[in-house]
Every structure is written in C-alpha cells, then in structure tokens.
Ligand binder design. Structure first.
Ligand code: B1M
Length: 232
C-alpha cells in the first residue's frame, strides 16, 4: 500500500484537505474529489467557496501544467471528470437559493470547441441566482444558437470559448444576429479564458465576463436596465 492510500481525508484540517483535493484533482481521482467536497460542505463551507477555492483553483494548476507540456489530454480529461463529479454535488446546492426568477439565458460553447467546464459553472451559478438556463452544450454552430433563440426566447445569449482559434466564431454568431436584424433583441454575454474586455467590445458583445460570478452580476445588471427601459 502506498503512502497515498493511507490519507484519510476527514482527518485533515481545512487547509490540508484543500491541498489534498488539488492533488487529487490533478490525479483525476473523482471519488476522492466527491468525498472532499462533501467533507467541506459538512464543515460549513459554502458551495461557492468549495467551487472556487478547491475545484477551480485545482483546475488552474492542471491548466498550467497542461500548457507547459507536463500533463497531456488524457490526464486533463480525467481531471475534468473529477471536477465534474464535484460540481454535480454542488449544482443543486447552488441552485437552491430560492431566488426570484430573473430571466432566461441560452448558453453554449462555440463551434469547434469542446471545453465545457467553465460554461457549466456559469450555467450553475446563473441558475443559483434565479435565471432559467438552457444549455446547448458544446461545439455549437450559429444555426444552433439561432434555433434556440427562436424557440426559447431568452433575454440573454451566453457564449463560451476556450481556444484562441474558436473565439472569433463568437463574432460570426453576433454578425449573423445583426444581419437578421435581431441583435438588439438579446443581451449578448461572452466569456472564456483567452477572451478579454477589448475582444468582447470588438466583436460587438454587450459584455465580457471574466468568471461565473461576474457573469451573474453582469446579467442581473443588464436585465434590470432593460426592464427599466421597457417600463420607462
Ligand atoms: Co484544453 N486548452 N484543449 N482541454 N484546456 C486550454 C483552454 C489551454 C489554455 C491549455 C493550455 O495550453 N494552457 C489551451 C488553449 C490554448 C489557446 O487556445 N491559446 C488548450 C488546448 C490547446 C486544447 C487542445 C487543442 C489540446 C489538444 O488537443 N492538443 C484541445 C482542444 C479541443 C477542442 O476544444 N476542440 C483541448 C482539450 C481539452 C480537454 C478535452 C482535455 C479538456 C476539456 C474538458 C472539458 O471541458 N470537458 C481541456 C481542459 C480541461 C483545459 C484547461 C486545462 C482547463 C479549462 C477549464 O475547464 N478551466 C485549459 C487551461 C486553462 O484554461 N487554464 C485548457 C476551468 C474553468 C472553470 O475555467 O473554462 O476559463 P474557464 O471558465 C471560467 C471563465 O473563463 C468564465 O467563467 C468560468 C468560471 O469562472 N467563462 C465564462 C467561461 N465561459 C464563459 C461563458 C460566459 C461567461 C463566462 O458566458 C456568458
């Protein structure tokens, strides 16, 4: 039995446990991540803190080593799978706030891009804040967005891209909305690690959202602004 096997997560203090969870996420150990999430929740951590301080922080380390060629796709997929295990526990808790209905959002990762963890997080947090969310998943062509906008009639369109090669596709979607004369019917929010504020502006989005919390705040702000405009 290796030393690793001897670690009993519940016996670690919070700091040690979070560090161990980062190692476990790195190693793609889904069950251990699920156990760690449950322990932190039992200790009174808020779901949001567990999400950001343990899971997202752990995934950032994975991202760095992926970039530097220390980790490869199979390992990162395992880490992503472990992260999703933890997120599945947190999802109902984040959605349980009983917040009044704020509005509706259609969200999806753009064509050519299969990264979905950040998008899923945004969807979870939006639901937690009282938004109804229609998640189109990954690899969405402009037609998919248009179809969903027509059938779901949301206030907000959210798009996610994690690759420098796929982020320009957001402009394709926004330009198509403009060509059809429906651009201003929606609040268009964009996000993803390689984006920035300048890019959001350049492609004609209403706002770039750095993270899920900012997405929620921005969505609330734009929706209330729009309601005020309609009432005034
Ligand atoms: Co990929 N990958 N990946 N990957 N991957 C990155 C993005 C990369 C930066 C890694 C690196 O080199 N450091 C790099 C992109 C480089 C670039 O374009 N400049 C990269 C690459 C190169 C690739 C492949 C090309 C690798 C290959 O095959 N050679 C390939 C591409 C596949 C494709 O999409 N066509 C690939 C594949 C994969 C996996 C499948 C192995 C896996 C994805 C699993 C999954 O998502 N189900 C994966 C992962 C996990 C990553 C990293 C390590 C982590 C991404 C993540 O989940 N982060 C990533 C490194 C990194 O980003 N540092 C990397 C955690 C998540 C919570 O953060 O997604 O940024 P994030 O979301 C945040 C905000 O950005 C924001 O809020 C979220 C929550 O706070 N946000 C939004 C995101 N979307 C939003 C939408 C909004 C608002 C806010 O709408 C309103």
């Amino acid at each position: 039995m290796s030393e690793e096997d001897d670690i009993i997560l519940s016996e670690l203090n919070d700091e040690e446990l979070v560090e161990q969870m980062m190692d476990d996420l790195y190693d793609g150990l889904k069950e251990e991540i699920e156990e760690g999430v449950n322990i932190l929740l039992e200790r009174g951590w808020t779901p949001y803190d567990v999400l950001t301080k343990a899971l997202v922080a752990g995934m950032t380390i994975v991202g760095h080593d992926f970039r530097d060629g220390i980790l490869f796709v199979p390992e990162v997929l395992l880490a992503a799978n472990a992260m999703k295990g933890g997120m599945a526990i947190l999802k109902p808790l984040l959605a349980e706030t009983g917040a009044p209905r704020m509005g509706k959002m259609v969200i999806g990762t753009v064509k050519g891009d299969i990264h979905d963890i950040g998008k899923n997080l945004v969807a979870m947090m939006m639901e937690g804040a009282g938004f109804e969310v229609v998640d189109l998943g990954i690899n969405n062509a402009v037609e998919k967005y248009l179809e969903a906008l027509e059938t779901e009639k949301p206030e907000i369109l959210g798009m996610s891209a994690l690759l420098t090669t796929t982020m320009p596709y957001m402009k394709v979607v926004i330009d198509t909305l403009s060509e059809k004369g429906i651009r201003d019917d929606y609040i268009v929010l964009v996000g993803g690690a390689p984006l920035n504020e300048e890019f959001g502006k350049a492609i004609g989005a209403d706002a770039y959202c750095r993270d899920a919390a900012v997405a929620v705040e921005t969505a609330k702000e734009f929706v209330s602004r729009r309601h005020n405009q309609m009432n005034g």
